[in-house]
Design a protein around this ligand. Structure first.
Ligand SMILES: O=C(O)C(=O)C[C@]1(C(=O)O)C=C[C@@H](O)C=C1
Length: 379
């Protein structure tokens, strides 16, 4: 430090330079945005899409080359500038018309007195979830997830209640795939605490093997391994309980809820055998039509991304720019497309918010595949 000057005094001239440069940058940024608006008007007349990936690549290659040692940083900066440019154009062109119609015209409340479909049998965790989500309704049980989706798809039921994720065992991938296959909307969600019991038919001997849903067996893996109990996957926890109550197979037990044990008159040998104390499963409500409450708080989307460097990062940045909090991201392989993926994204937000709707509409226009899955309340 020079003899008599403070750090502030030393910084002053360089900060003055930065302020002067920022002023110029801002002026140029504003001018560039006005160019983007002119481009949008031309695109409106010509009916061409906002995104032009080839043009963006030409710009990115050029700035990388011209910025020398700052090449990669310049690419990051220009990617952000062009993302903002696209967002402006999408707003002007009111992109994503289908989604805007959905936001305007979808019902805001769930149907009264609906027919609710669940997988499994009475006493299943889906049953608890259905009672939490639709108090007073008597759900209809079908054997598989596929049956639940088909029943809702063909109108035999209004809503289906299915699990999507467990805090210990992770996602139920079959359900994610069925959501896409049947183009269902998610219209509600609830987190249900999951406590498993080891049960047997009264009067049968020591349990050597248990039947239960695959996910439940995973959630109880530590206990079952410690007690040398063989496992066999069954369609559902409560269905397994019902099966062993009916067949009374010697040495065969079930892993199920205390309610299922009671429902089918089983003896509980050990309670709370799950690996973790706060074991919890998230259930969603699926529907053929969207329901978009004014106070919905969670949005789910599914999209694929172009195979370009940083495409996921730049997409997520757009959520950050609006202060939207991502609560889940998951990738699933796209059937028949080797090593290409759909991304499932959950974030807190409401589609009736103008900026959030604009972002979703912009993404729907830009992504190779895009589905808005729903905006719902969590109970
Ligand atoms: O040149 C265009 O077509 C534009 O829309 C402008 C612009 C940009 O900001 O440079 C924005 C979006 C396109 O994806 C490509 C480039």
């Amino acid at each position: 430090m020079s003899e008599n000057k403070s750090f502030d005094e030393l910084l002053l001239p360089v900060r003055n330079d930065i302020d002067r440069i920022d002023k110029e940058l801002l002026k140029l940024f504003t001018e560039r945005m006005q160019c983007a608006e002119r481009v949008a008007e031309i695109k409106r007349k010509a009916g061409i899409p906002v995104l032009n990936a080839a043009r963006e690549q030409v710009i990115l290659d050029r700035v990388k080359k011209e910025a020398g040692e700052y090449g990669d940083s310049a690419v990051a900066l220009y990617s952000a500038i062009m993302s903002i440019s696209r967002a402006r154009q999408h707003n002007m062109l009111k992109s994503g018309g289908v989604l805007r119609d959905l936001e305007q015209n979808s019902p805001k409340t769930l149907k009264a007195d609906p027919r609710v479909i669940c997988q499994g049998a009475a006493g299943a965790f889906s049953h608890s979830a259905a009672l939490r989500l639709f108090p007073g309704q008597k759900p209809i049980f079908l054997p598989g997830f596929r049956d639940v989706f088909e029943a809702v798809h063909n109108g035999a039921g209004d809503y289906g209640v299915v699990p999507v994720e467990n805090s210990d065992a992770g996602s139920v991938s079959e359900v994610y795939d069925l959501i896409m296959k049947h183009r269902m909307f998610i219209v509600g969600a609830a987190d249900i605490p999951v406590r498993h019991c080891l049960c047997r038919a009264k009067g049968t001997g020591a349990v050597k093997k248990v039947l239960s849903k695959h996910e439940a067996l995973v959630q109880c893996s530590a206990y079952l391994a410690a007690h040398d109990i063989e496992t066999e996957a069954y369609s559902n926890t409560a269905a397994a309980a019902k099966f062993i109550a009916e067949t009374r197979l010697e040495g065969v037990g079930a892993v199920c809820s205390a309610q299922a044990a009671e429902e089918y008159g089983l003896e509980v040998i050990a309670a709370d055998i799950q690996n973790t104390d706060n074991n919890c499963t998230r259930f969603i409500v699926i529907s053929r039509e969207a329901v978009l409450p004014e106070d919905a708080e969670k949005i789910s989307l599914c999209f694929s991304l172009p195979h370009t460097p940083g495409s996921l990062c730049h997409t997520l940045e757009r959520f950050a720019l609006l202060g939207l909090n991502l609560t889940k991201i998951e990738s699933r392989p796209i059937p028949e497309r080797n090593f290409e993926y759909d991304f499932y994204l959950d974030f807190t937000g409401n589609v009736h918010d103008v900026q959030t709707l604009a972002l979703i509409c912009a993404l729907s226009d830009e992504m190779p595949r895009f589905s808005f899955l729903g905006n719902y309340k969590e109970s």
